[in-house]
Design a protein around this ligand. Structure first.
Ligand SMILES: Cc1cc2nc3c(=O)[nH]c(=O)nc-3n(C[C@H](O)[C@H](O)[C@H](O)COP(=O)(O)OP(=O)(O)OC[C@H]3O[C@@H](n4cnc5c(N)ncnc54)[C@H](O)[C@@H]3O)c2cc1C
Length: 403
């Protein structure tokens, strides 16, 4: 007689950054997986760029993914900071990251990152269902049932909410949990090619402008990637930013950046493609990340503002760590408890750090700016090792979860 065993099944909600990676790790842990994404495949080709730090790159290495190659990325060798008149204030040199942390930071177009993660997951046999917007969750004693906006349903043993900062999963399992907090900043950014020549440095140039914080960097082929943080006191209403055309936004930026040193204005002026605009939120702390058969990870659990460039990397760490807990602990609820215990302190420390960094970018008081201009270089020089705990972190995938 042959014994038929069924593998436990996970419903993964969201195919952004953590969703496909959670699916790949869980598959390795012996689970059956399926990913449900609200958007269609083409809509996922949107977004600007992000910096994936060594800790995030190392998670993907565990899956055999060389993300720099697969997603057409390029390394950033550090950050150089300037004030509004173009004076260099200090620098973070990351050229030894590979030797120190086992990986270097990679700059990636978000669309390429999505494509690369989806392709790797598809090769691993992960099924994706696009156009499936989660609307409801029903928890039964023996399973969890997800309902989607198109009226279809799916059942599994557990459901993982990888559905980002405005997570529907979070709303459904923790309706009274704190909502994402708007940070008073709108981020915008785009790509320019052909671009005005920018200094040929492989470090990203970050400028504390009079009215905005700007970052830009040229790829080795000359295409320029840029972003700009703009103070925007009132939380934008739904659709408000989308209603502003790129031409109008450029006009607005030209006013804000009029006093900045070359080539910032020329970079913005020569941008011909769509300029993306994103209100920035974070979630300082949730009382818990799980309920019954459902668990949240990534931005759904602990969204961070992008000022320390860790949101994607911590979402990837979560993906591996949660799969490790579900692999080694026999009941999902206990696995979720262990996952939260292992992860919460680290990610909440990062959310708080990003919040503080964001508020320093928005310095408009001349006295504070005077001190910043004199102290930033010293702070960066002597504080270099203070980020080691962020980048050196490794998910111990090959070790069993204990305790
Ligand atoms: C402007 C900006 C710049 C950033 N720059 C950086 C950076 O340089 N470095 C860095 O590490 N991080 C950066 N981040 C943060 C990073 O993008 C996030 O932390 C990361 O994307 C989180 O991954 P995730 O998988 O949790 O969520 P996401 O990547 O947001 O994925 C969520 C997915 O869920 C889907 N979804 C939503 N609702 C539903 C639903 N009801 N049903 C089904 N699917 C649903 C969404 O369509 C989406 O595809 C930046 C963020 C912003 C806004």
């Amino acid at each position: 007689m042959t014994m038929v065993t069924t593998r436990p099944r996970t419903l993964i909600i969201g195919a952004g950054i953590s969703g496909p990676v959670t699916a790949m790790f869980l598959q390795r842990a012996g689970w059956e997986v399926a990913v449900y994404e609200a958007r269609d495949r083409v809509e996922m080709d949107e977004g600007a760029f992000l910096n994936l730090a060594p800790n995030g790159v190392n998670v993907l290495k565990l899956l055999g993914i060389d993300i720099e190659r697969e997603a057409d990325g390029f390394p950033a060798s550090g950050l150089t900071f300037f004030n509004t008149s173009g004076k260099e204030l200090g620098a973070i040199d990351s050229r030894d990251d590979e030797a120190r942390f086992g990986a270097r930071s990679v700059v990636l177009k978000r669309a390429n990152l999505h494509r690369a993660l989806h392709a790797a997951a598809a090769v691993a046999g992960v099924p994706f269902h696009f156009g499936k917007r989660l609307t409801g969750i029903e928890q039964r004693p023996d399973r969890v049932v997800a309902t989607f906006a198109d009226g279809t349903t799916a059942a599994g043993d557990v459901l993982i909410g990888c559905d980002g900062i405005h997570s529907r999963t979070r709303h459904l399992i923790l309706p009274r949990a704190p909502k994402p907090v708007y940070t008073g900043i709108v981020d915008c950014g785009a790509f320019v090619t052909p671009a005005p020549p920018v200094p040929p440095t492989p470090a990203m140039r970050m400028v504390f402008g009079d009215n905005a914080f700007v970052g830009y960097l040229a790829r080795p082929d000359g295409e320029v990637y840029w972003f700009c943080n703009v103070a925007w006191a009132k939380e934008p209403a739904r659709g408000e930013l989308d209603a502003i055309s790129s031409a109008d936004w450029k006009h607005r930026l030209s006013g804000l950046l009029a006093g900045e040193a070359d080539p910032i204005l020329r970079i913005v002026a020569t941008t011909t493609g769509e300029i993306g605009k994103w209100p920035i939120y974070d979630i300082p702390s949730l009382p818990t990340w799980h309920q019954g058969r459902v668990c949240l990870i990534g931005d759904a659990a602990h969204a961070t503002s992008p000022h320390v460039g860790q949101g994607a990397s911590t979402a990837l760490e979560d993906a591996a760590e949660l799969a490790r807990c579900l692999r080694d602990i026999s009941t999902p609820t206990q696995a979720f408890v262990a996952f939260e215990r292992i992860r919460k302190d680290r990610v909440e420390k990062l959310v708080a750090r990003a919040r503080r960094t964001g508020s320093q970018k928005a310095v408009t008081n001349p006295v504070q700016a005077w001190f910043r201009d004199r102290l930033l270089g010293l702070f960066l020089r002597f504080g270099k090792r203070s980020n080691d705990w962020i980048y050196a972190y490794r998910v111990p995938w090959n070790e069993p979860v204990t305790g």
